[in-house]
Design a protein around this ligand. Structure first.
Ligand code: NAP
Ligand code: GCO
Length: 261
């Protein structure tokens, strides 16, 4: 396929999880701009309704569903409903995620398990639900939203780092297991992006803000828009021979030791 058609998502159906706002909304909007029809879910009906309004305001025809990504029967129903309402899912973006910032020695196992459940087990559950259809059709794209914490540790985020490190390996394993079916599974590893998830770290005067700027060669926080091009690339046939790769979109954080004092 010639350039730029290789980047077109015309006729494709994409499911983006947890996409009422934040990174998920930006990724879904990018896939829609490239031609895909969008289905998304949210666990919270109020946020879902707001998300539907936001897509409408952006001129995007998105279909929304209330679904908790950790609920396997619920996810199986979600996928069946999308197939019936919108069409078979060609592109899955596992975006839904949470973080709990608690020193590890004070963290309760139930909190650790909840983060693993949403950030790692759920991408397995949703991928498992879409893979059989992709195998039957002989093509599919799965994009797992990883993190700097797929590579790096830091204080208070033990559960999140364990989950996102695991998600990197789940990505490589899906690529390994289903590459022969023309299914590509890759990850996007965003750096520090301005979303509600990072809002507590960006409060005026919070020392984390200057810490992140000093760690980022680009000397700024990322915007959700920074993730749009990488998402379209990994969802499109332009990346048909890219499999099991984590594309870090981090302004250079992973290349840098940090600003010299
Ligand atoms: P966010 O603003 O907190 O949005 C997360 C979304 O996930 C929300 O829509 C949330 O819905 C949804 N969600 C949470 N639990 C869910 C569940 N059980 N079932 C369905 N949906 C659920 O986060 P974000 O910053 O946009 O992050 C999106 C993804 O990128 C996450 O996987 C995150 O770890 C990753 N990431 C973020 C950054 C960053 O700097 N922001 C960097 C690297 C990676 P509700 O609000 O209704 O709970
Ligand atoms: C934190 C942050 C991060 C980012 C992101 C980095 O507390 O360190 O929330 O984990 O959100 O995942 O890539």
């Amino acid at each position: 396929m010639s350039f730029p058609d290789a980047f077109s998502l015309k006729g494709k159906v994409a499911l983006v999880t947890g996409a009422s706002y934040g990174i998920g909304f930006a990724l879904a909007s990018a896939l829609a701009e490239a031609g895909a029809r969008i289905a998304f879910n949210d666990v919270n009906p109020e946020f879902l309704a707001k998300g539907l309004e936001a897509y409408k305001a952006a001129g995007i025809d998105a279909t929304g569903y209330v679904c908790d990504v950790t609920d396997e029967p619920g996810v199986q129903k979600l996928v069946a409903d999308i197939e019936a309402d919108v069409g078979p899912i060609d592109i899955l973006v596992n975006n839904a995620g949470i973080i709990k910032r608690i020193p590890m020695h004070e963290m309760e196992a139930k909190d650790f398990r909840q983060v693993i459940d949403i950030d790692l087990t759920a991408p397995f559950i949703v991928a498992k639900a879409v893979i059989p259809g992709m195998m039957k059709r002989g093509s599919g794209k799965i994009i797992n939203i990883c993190s700097m914490m797929s590579e790096l540790g830091r204080e208070t985020v033990a559960a999140y780092a364990a989950a996102k490190g695991g998600l990197k390996m789940l990505t490589r394993n899906i690529a390994s297991e289903y590459g022969a079916f023309n299914i590509q599974c890759n990850g996007i590893g965003p750096g520090y992006i301005e979303t509600p998830q990072t809002a507590p770290l960006r409060e005026p005067g919070h020392p984390f803000n200057s810490f992140i700027l000093a760690k980022t060669p680009a000397n700024r926080w990322g915007k959700t828009d920074d993730l749009k091009g990488p998402a379209v690339f990994l969802a499109s046939s332009a990346s048909d021979f890219v499999n099991g790769h984590i594309l870090y979109v981090d302004g250079g954080i992973l290349a840098y030791i940090g600003k010299q004092p």
